[in-house]
Design a protein around this ligand. Structure first.
Ligand code: B16
Ligand code: MG
Length: 217
C-alpha cells in the first residue's frame, strides 16, 4: 500500500494552466509567434525556460540567451499579476478534500510543482499547511519528464519512490512519475494521459480509499 501521495499543482489542485496559457499567449502575440492549443498542452508541467523554447520553435526569428531571459521574465511578470488575485475559491472543486483525505488516511503528502511560483500559490489558495514537503522548483535542474522532481519529493518525505503515488494532469508529468518508479494517477482527458495507471476526469473523483494500484510503471 502507498505511504504517500505526491501532488502536482497547476492543473491538478488549481486551474492555473489557463493563467499560464493567457500569459504565454500575450507574449506570443507580441513577438509574432504562433500559439494554439497543442502548444499550450505541450507546455503543461514543463518549466519556464522549457516552455519558452516550445514557444520559440515557430517564432519568426532567433533569440539570444539574454533576450530569452527577458522574454521569460516578461511572461512571469504577467503570470504573477494574475495569481496575485487568487484566493481559496480558485482551488479546483474537491482539491482540498483530496489532499485532506490522504492525510486523514495516515499517508504523507508532498507537492511536486515545476512552478517557481508554487509557494506563493499555496499561500494564496490557503493550502500551504497541508503538505509535509514542498519541492523547491528552483533547485530542480531537469524539467519533467525527467524524474528528478518526483524523486526529490520522495527523498524529502524520507520515503522510497515505490512507496509513493504521483498525481498529474500533464503527459510530461506522468512520464516523470513513471521514470521515478512510482504509480501515476492522471487527472484529465485520456488523449493526453494514456500512460496513466489510473485515470480520473478531475480531482473531485480522487478517493484514496479506492485507489488500489498494485503495479508501478
Ligand atoms: P513558473 P506544475 C508547471 O506547474 C506548469 O504546468 C507549467 O505550465 C509551467 O511552465 C511551470 O509550472 C513553470 O511555472 O513559470 O511559474 O515557474 O504543473 O508542475 O504544477
Ligand atoms: Mg500540472
Amino acid at each position: 500500500a502507498p505511504r504517500a501521495v505526491i501532488f502536482d499543482l497547476d492543473g491538478v489542485l488549481a486551474d492555473t494552466a489557463v493563467l499560464h496559457r493567457a500569459a504565454w499567449q500575450q507574449l506570443a502575440a507580441e513577438i509574432d509567434a504562433p500559439f494554439d492549443e497543442a502548444i499550450a498542452e505541450r507546455m503543461k508541467g514543463v518549466d519556464r525556460m522549457g516552455s519558452l523554447e516550445i514557444l520559440l520553435e515557430r517564432a519568426p526569428r532567433r533569440y539570444s540567451d539574454e533576450e530569452k531571459a527577458g522574454l521569460a521574465a516578461r511572461k512571469n511578470a504577467r503570470y504573477v499579476e494574475l495569481i496575485d488575485r487568487l484566493d481559496p475559491r480558485h482551488l479546483l472543486p474537491g482539491a482540498r478534500a483530496a489532499v485532506e483525505s490522504v492525510r486523514d488516511a495516515g499517508l504523507k503528502t508532498a507537492l511536486a510543482s515545476a512552478s517557481r511560483n508554487a509557494p506563493q500559490l499555496l499561500e494564496r489558495l490557503g493550502i500551504a499547511g497541508l503538505f509535509d514537503y514542498v519541492v523547491d522548483a528552483g533547485r530542480i535542474a531537469r524539467s519533467k519528464p525527467d524524474p528528478e522532481i518526483f524523486l526529490a519529493a520522495a527523498a524529502g518525505l524520507g520515503l522510497a519512490p515505490t512507496d509513493c503515488l504521483g498525481v498529474e494532469d500533464a503527459a510530461a508529468g506522468i512520464a516523470s512519475i513513471h521514470a521515478a518508479g512510482m504509480a501515476a494517477i492522471g487527472i484529465g482527458q485520456a488523449e493526453a494521459l494514456a500512460e496513466a495507471d489510473v485515470l480520473l476526469s478531475n480531482i473531485a473523483a480522487f478517493d484514496i480509499g479506492r485507489i488500489t494500484t498494485t503495479s508501478g510503471p
